[in-house]
Ligand binder design. Sequence first.
Ligand SMILES: C[S@@+](CC[C@H](N)C(=O)[O-])C[C@H]1O[C@@H](n2cnc3c(N)ncnc32)[C@H](O)[C@@H]1O
Length: 381
Amino acid sequence: MTPTFANPITDVATLSGNAVMGLRRWLSNVLFLHFDLWPWNSVGAIPTQALTVRGMRKKPQDETPPEPSGTRREYRYQHEPVLLHEALAFLQPAPGKIFIDATLGGGGHAASLLAAGASVLGLDQDLAAIMAAEERLAQHEDHFVALRMNYRSIGEVLEETGVDQVDGIIADLGVSSYQIDTAERGFSFQQDGPLDMRMDSQGARTAADIINENSEEDLARIFFEFGEERLSRRVARVIVKRRALRPFHRTLDLAEVIASVLPRKGKAHPATKVFQALRLELNDELGALRDLLENAPRLLKPGGRIAIISFHSLEDRIVKQTFARQSTEWLDRPEWPEPRRNPDLSFRLLSKKPVEASSEEISRNPRARSARLRAAERLSS
Ligand SMILES: C[S@@+](CC[C@H](N)C(=O)[O-])C[C@H]1O[C@@H](n2cnc3c(N)ncnc32)[C@H](O)[C@@H]1O
């Protein structure tokens, strides 16, 4: 049975025999592996907060994903995949190949990988994304499994299930249009909602906790480091002063206080950078990206490919620098008598410069404007 909002999914801790059988069947069918090789008894130890499997019916309590604002009658998970054709050109999906879609979202990229005949292990830490993708991709159930988890732990999960390596990985970073457009998720400074910003609604802290509890110095660091906000100290000072009178609970309240101290420059809302910073800090987005990139060489088969789509310079810099380090053959330093072979050499770059969206895509989907795609291929040794 396909999970729906009325009839959704389960935690790993409550995996029933049927679910394990389902996962087992999928893995054996899709990944062509033999049952006996799999450490099934340890499924419960998978380091995911919640693992969802097609056919499950229970969902964590208090976790009905909210609807995007303005669509109260019918749930809609809307997100248009960016740089889709460009990513597929790098990944080269084909029947028999296995891909990890590390950021499943609405399943846009995964749908195209599946349509090309590949199998997909889709990950997302957001329950709403998992449910939307499960519904959308129901027809591919023999070749698709969705796991609710942070992609930074994918190495451990694969180890746990015995899957050694895959043919490709795609990560389309950041938040989805659904997350931004759903005021109740608290990502938007343009709609009023709780100051939440958790991608994983089981996470312990919200953005309000950071704003109301972290020291002034720490807030300034966050705004500077993750928002590149030049006036970070001034913003932190005003926030700390205001919260002593009345703590922050709503997005618009915070956005207005920020706007009162920052000059408006161009079209961007003055709170843009601070909201980005809070989101990155709360969800440790850059830390998760670093972990994924460090794990990638051992997750990919020789010849396997990785494609990463980023949306701001902090993410793109990490991808660029990590790929550069992993694809440089010889290292040289003035103090060394001769160049040394790079012990981290594992990739060949598929594009020297990042691939950007065409003007046609940007006019159709303005979100694609800031997207940058970088890709690399796993070397054989
Ligand atoms: C831009 S959307 C992906 C959209 C998707 N490619 C599509 O075409 O529909 C990014 C998704 O990644 C998820 N995400 C971000 N960081 C994550 C992480 N560290 N682990 C798991 N999911 C993550 C978000 O919850 C969001 O649903």
